[in-house]
Design a protein around this ligand. Structure first.
Ligand SMILES: [Zn+2]
Ligand SMILES: [Zn+2]
Length: 204
């Protein structure tokens, strides 16, 4: 399994390209911008894109999702709580508004997807937004804007809730074993390191 981190857009959102050479399957997580660059990176893997996975619906994580989905045929997977269905709702404008012809699939707590022989588990970790999800795959954790290296996501946007964020961080903290952590912004970490040194986890 290969993982490539590609910061995209002016907020330098981490997009992750994950591919399995044996099965020839790939997925992309949070293609926030720069569709052309990401499409070239997908092509360079020689693999077929199976999923466009979104950790949540904020536009800096979703900006290139429609174009990549359309050009590769891979559906977009997102928790429905982070899809903007009401364009008149100002609070919802931060969220993903799919183009009418995009194939959307709903993610939910406990869902499992497969990539090659690997299982991707979906945790609905509210706090940053109602539809925020963390994806676990073997020893890898794609933590979106829930857990950052040394920090956690903001809770002051629509759907954010600081109590729910603490519950979600505790849930991640209490997972058995160690994980490589791939957050939605800035650098990577490990769960063991975050348990030890992340201020928001140190009280658990
Ligand atoms: Zn966000
Ligand atoms: Zn973000």
């Amino acid at each position: 399994m290969n993982i490539k981190r590609m910061p995209v857009g002016y907020l330098m959102t981490n997009c992750y390209l994950v591919w399995d050479e044996e099965s020839g399957e790939a997925m992309i997580i949070d293609p926030g911008a720069e569709a052309g660059k990401l499409l070239r990176a997908i092509e360079n893997t020689g693999c077929k894109l199976k999923y466009v996975l979104l950790t949540h619906g904020h536009y800096d994580h979703t900006g290139a999702a429609d174009e990549i989905s359309r050009k590769t045929g891979a559906p977009v997977y997102i928790h429905p709580a982070d899809v903007n269905t009401d364009s008149a709702d100002r609070g919802a404008q931060l969220f993903y508004t799919p183009e009418p012809d995009t194939a959307i699939k709903s993610l939910a707590e406990g869902d499992e997807l497969s990539l090659g022989g690997h299982v991707i588990k979906v945790l609905n970790t509210t706090g940053h937004s109602k539809g925020s999800c963390v994806f676990l795959m073997g020893g890898e954790m794609f933590s979106g804007d829930t857990l950052f290296a040394g920090s956690c996501g903001r809770t002051d946007f629509t759907g954010g809730d600081s109590h729910e964020m603490m519950m979600s961080l505790k849930r991640l903290h209490d997972l058995p074993g160690n994980f490589n952590v791939y957050p939605g912004h800035e650098g990577t970490s490990t769960l063991e390191n975050e348990r030890r040194s992340n201020y928001f986890m140190m009280g658990f």
